[in-house]
Design a protein around this ligand. Structure first.
Ligand code: KG4
Ligand code: ZN
Length: 350
């Protein structure tokens, strides 16, 4: 059995986890802890990088200690230390990565620098041992909205990304416009449940477009105009926004499935995968295409360290594994598919 300690600190969740992989392929989250910083950022309506970095400094070491204690293991029993090395808010990434380096050095363990997106991309295989490569992944979070053909550990082909806002960001901005607070996704979903999704006419950017990418900025601006017009109930705006977002997601995913060739499943990951209406629409699309639909449990969708530990285990178990050097850099930007063409406006979200 192999045991990897994972550390996540790229945004506003400080997290540590121990994940194991047995010789028979059995996988388990042995222990995990997450400290959310929602309270600290709520007054600002979004994540403040400096506040996040300081909170990681205060919380990370005790969290790691608690995880090791809960599992009843010492650092000597851990086979490798994996940490998010990017992309993300660089101050936070540095806190997690430097902590992992210190532990790797002190325990003489291999260091594995994980791309946060790779953590999201492989997390469905932690929950579902039957999920085989290649699969089509919709990765939708606060910072990213991509469609990836996940071909194997370390091989990701990006078929689409957003040219402006990420999907989670669109939910967060809609929440802000409607005065629902931060983080916005769950609040918008809740309110949408009380509204009429056909009440407010909203645009569906890039729907049916030959351009494979996502765009949500125009939708967000339309939500702002709808709110300012003061004609519709907030619940109707929320429901109409969510429906427009779903229509875009399904259209783009259908197009990516056409371009992807053979895949074993349609998979969704990232914080937005917690949205039940989006999950249901994707499941319907998968059914229509005769594909399996895989969505990890909600706790594995939002940022967590188990997915980082798991990505570390996948790397450790892959042929030709090599540990990362202790001078590996923290990267604010780190595209998962280095071959993917740059996209206008995508910036950090690519
Ligand atoms: O993956 P994640 O925890 O962090 C990032 O890497 O960004 O994703 C957080 C994002 C936020 O934008 C949040 O509003 C969104 O996921 N989110 C949701 C829901 N739960 C979280 N969006 C829509 N519906 C939800 N239920
Ligand atoms: Zn994330």
């Amino acid at each position: 059995m192999r045991l990897v300690l994972g550390i996540e600190s790229s945004c506003d969740e400080t997290a540590a986890a121990l994940v194991s992989l047995g010789a028979d392929g059995a996988r388990a989250i042995v222990a995990q802890r997450i400290a959310s910083q929602d309270e600290a950022h709520r007054p600002y309506g979004g994540v403040v990088p400096e506040i996040a970095a300081r909170a990681h400094v205060e919380r990370l070491a005790p969290l790691i200690e608690a995880v090791l204690d809960e599992a009843g293991v010492g650092l000597v029993e851990v086979d490798a230390v994996a940490a998010t090395a990017g992309p993300g808010l660089i101050g936070g990434v540095m806190v997690g990565l430097v902590t992992a380096k210190a532990l790797a050095m002190a325990g003489d363990k291999p260091l594995i620098a994980i791309n946060h997106l790779e953590g999201h991309a492989l997390s469905p295989r932690l929950a579902d041992p039957d999920l085989r490569f290649p699969y089509l992944l919709l990765l939708a979070s606060g910072g990213h909205c991509q469609l990836l053909r996940v071909e194997g550990v370390g091989t990701y082909r990006r078929l689409a990304t957003t040219i402006d806002d990420a999907l989670g960001e669109a939910f967060d901005k809609t929440a802000k416009i409607l005065g629902l607070g931060y983080p916005g996704g769950p609040a918008v979903e809740r309110l949408a449940g009380e509204g009429d999704p056909r009440a407010v006419p909203l645009p569906r950017p890039l729907l049916k477009s030959q351009d494979p990418n996502f765009s949500f900025a125009g939708l967000k601006s339309a939500v702002l105009r709808a709110k300012q017009a003061a004609i519709h109930a907030d619940a109707d705006i929320a429901a109409s926004f969510q429906q427009a977002a779903i229509d875009c997601v399904i259209d783009r995913t259908r197009r990516a499935l056409e371009a992807a060739g053979t895949v074993s499943a349609l998979v969704v990951a990232g914080g937005v995968a917690a949205n039940r209406a989006i999950r249901a629409a994707l499941e319907e699309l998968a059914g229509e295409q005769g594909l399996r639909f895989v969505a990890p449990p909600l706790a594995l969708c939002t940022d967590n360290a188990a997915m980082i530990a798991w990505a570390g285990l996948e790397r450790l178990a892959a042929p030709g594994f090599a540990a990362d050097p202790l001078d590996v850099a923290a990267r604010p930007r780190w595209p998962l598919d280095p071959q993917a063409a740059p996209v206008r406006g995508a910036g950090v979200k690519a």
